[in-house]
Structure formats: structure tokens, C-alpha cells
Design a protein around this ligand. Structure first.
Ligand code: CU1
Length: 204
């Protein structure tokens, strides 16, 4: 599970220089041969492990495609998923493994109640990608629950199915839900709605 971190995207970019050798082709375009040789460091690793051959070559092409996507896409989720696949391929994972829908999925954490006991969701706005999950953790000032606002969720989404009516009383108790429909979701804590304990979830 990943701690929610507003610098997430920046950290993702810091990973990138490891694979930066392949980026000239991404901008100018070059032959398949140049594209393969431009990611030569990974090829060397493959040779040491004696896993040459057509399957590995396909994975090298997929890796390069993913790197191009990381450079060119304006969508955070598209870039994140491509980065995750590329990292998997560079680590020697099979194409089928990194192409599985859940490969890049993440779980983000939202605290219910701040460490000092304020009646808030922390953070009160998060962005995830389709297929990601959110885990709400009862932190302080409970009982809390997670109730989605019927008026503020994408149409077709079942409000009851994604909400947790049960109030969590024990600190450390959690509620996890996976989100597959893109859009903006508003939710609140029933016992503390009057105190303004509400938040937003964006699914890209
Ligand atoms: Cu609450």
C-alpha cells in the first residue's frame, strides 16, 4: 500500500533518467534497430542472463513503447501505468505479467481524523486511476464512516455499494474500496457531516 504523497508524480519522474537513453528516438523517431540499441543497458543485462531471443526482443519493443508513452502522454494515469510496465519489463518480468490489468494498480490511504483529532478526511481531495483502491483508516476522533453523496457521484455508480455505513470506532480500523468508473465523487462522514467532515475523490 502506498502512502498518499502529493509529490507522487515528481517521484515518478525522478525514476525516469534510469531509462533516459531511449528518449532521443521518442522525439525524433528512428528505426526499430536504433530503438532497440538505444535501450542497450537492459539488453546487456538480458545477455548476462542468457535470455535472448524473439520473446525478449518483443519485450524490449514493449519497453520502448512504454517509455515513449511516459515521455509523450499528458495523462497522469497513462504515464503512470506505462512507467510501471516499463519498470517491470526492465526488471525481467514477462510481457503477460506487466500487461495484466492490475499490474500498475495502487491503493491510496486517507486518514479519518487528523493526528491532532480534527474532524477531517486527510487528505480531503485525492486523485486515483481507474482500477485503483482507496483505504480509509480510522485515525482519531471516531467513530467515522464513509458515505458517498448520491448527488455527487458519476451516473450509474451504486452509492450503497461504494459506501460504508458502519461506523468505525476502533482506531486503526479500515475500509477499502476499488473504483472502476472515472469521474468525481463526493463523500462525507455521517456523524461529523455537520462539522464539515467531507472530501472529494477523483478517478481518472
Ligand atoms: Cu467522522
Amino acid at each position: 500500500m502506498e502512502e498518499l504523497d502529493p509529490n507522487n508524480e515528481i517521484r515518478g519522474r525522478e525514476l525516469f533518467p534510469v531509462y533516459a537513453l531511449g528518449t532521443k528516438c521518442a522525439r525524433r523517431g528512428c528505426s526499430i534497430y536504433q530503438q532497440i540499441t538505444s535501450v542497450n543497458p537492459q539488453m546487456s543485462i538480458s545477455e548476462e542472463r542468457n535470455v535472448k531471443g524473439p520473446i525478449k526482443a518483443l519485450e524490449m519493443l514493449a519497453l520502448n513503447d512504454d517509455l515513449n508513452t511516459v515521455v509523450q502522454s499528458s495523462s497522469f494515469c497513462t504515464r503512470r501505468n506505462a512507467m510501471s510496465r516499463a519498470a517491470g519489463l526492465a526488471a525481467g518480468l514477462a510481457l503477460a505479467t506487466v500487461n495484466a490489468p492490475a499490474f500498475a494498480a495502487e491503493t491510496k490511504k486517507v486518514k479519518m481524523g487528523s493526528d491532532s483529532g480534527q474532524l477531517v478526511f486527510l487528505p480531503d481531495e485525492i486523485k486515483i486511476c481507474k482500477g485503483d483502491s482507496v483505504t480509509w483508516v480510522n485515525n482519531k476522533g471516531g467513530p467515522h464512516n464513509v458515505v458517498f453523496d448520491e448527488e455527487a457521484i458519476p451516473s450509474g455508480v451504486n452509492q450503497e455499494k461504494i459506501s460504508m455505513d458502519t461506523q468505525l470506532a476502533e482506531e486503526g480500523e479500515t475500509f477499502t474500496m476499488k473504483f472502476d468508473v472515472a469521474g468525481e465523487y463526493g463523500y462525507y462522514c455521517e456523524p461529523h457531516r455537520g462539522a464539515g467532515m467531507g472530501a472529494t475523490l477523483v478517478v481518472e
